[in-house]
Write a protein that binds this ligand. Structure first.
Ligand code: FES
Length: 235
């Protein structure tokens, strides 16, 4: 991300803190966006993906900011407005909402904030559900079948139920209105990548190989979850 852009966003946020009467800045030290490589999202042929080609309320997966860290990309059925959230260490942050013409395109790390369950090519216990799951509290949530944590993607992946102690880490996207394409450039919220790489070191070495911890360089391929994963579990 352009440094000027970042400063401008940060100062806008600080202004928000004043106007809401909070004594602390909304972005605590560990809840600022963390910038990584700017990466264009592409289709499976390597062409930049257009948001018009995304099916609504459908699970898509790409990898960011590392080759081994999966992310859900969703086109919601309504605009996603900004939301103030906090990590489990109580660091506040302002999730900026959806992007795209309808402001309904969002992306979140697909690593569950409870015990790091994530979608693999063989199996996925976590996914977006258009209609309420058996233990669901409402429609249109990301549900993890491991222990039934549920996250609301229209509200920054805020936890609505279950044992997770913080929202899914957001992946920040930029939409280019001239081309209708998307780039990922940062994360925001509670990153769990260090714990993830430690917990799944062996599995990632088998599935992804030595590049699992490498930052994605310039492009990331977006796939439907049903193409990425052989067994998306429903519960
Ligand atoms: S790992 Fe997802 S709810 Fe426990």
């Amino acid at each position: 991300m352009d440094r000027r852009q970042f400063c401008s966003s940060a100062s806008a946020c600080m202004t928000g803190a004043v106007s809401t009467g909070l004594s602390l800045p909304l972005w605590a030290a560990d809840a600022k966006p963390r910038t990584y490589n700017r990466v264009v999202l592409t289709d499976e042929l390597g062409k930049p993906l257009k948001t018009a080609d995304l099916a609504p309320s459908t699970n898509y997966v790409f990898h960011y900011p590392f080759e081994g860290t999966p992310v859900f990309l969703l086109k919601l059925d309504k605009p996603a407005v900004p939301k103030q959230l906090s990590t489990r260490s109580k660091a506040a942050y302002d999730w900026p909402g959806g992007v795209g013409p309808q402001r309904n395109i969002v992306a979140f790390s697909a690593i569950c904030a409870h015990q790091l369950v994530y979608p693999t090519p063989q199996l996925s216990f976590i996914s977006f559900r258009k209609t309420k799951s058996a233990k669901g509290v409402q429609d249109n949530l990301i549900h993890c079948c491991a222990d039934h944590s549920q996250y609301d993607p229209a509200r920054g992946a805020q936890v609505l139920s279950g044992p997770a102690e913080q929202p899914l880490c957001a992946v920040l996207l930029e939409h280019d209105p001239r081309t209708d394409t998307l780039s990922a450039y940062a994360t925001l919220g509670g990153e769990l990548f260090d714990e993830f790489f430690k917990k799944y070191e062996f599995k990632l070495s088998m599935d992804v190989g030595p590049k699992a911890r490498q930052q994605v360089a310039t492009q990331s391929v977006v796939k439907g979850l049903d193409r990425f994963c052989k067994n998306p579990v429903q519960c």
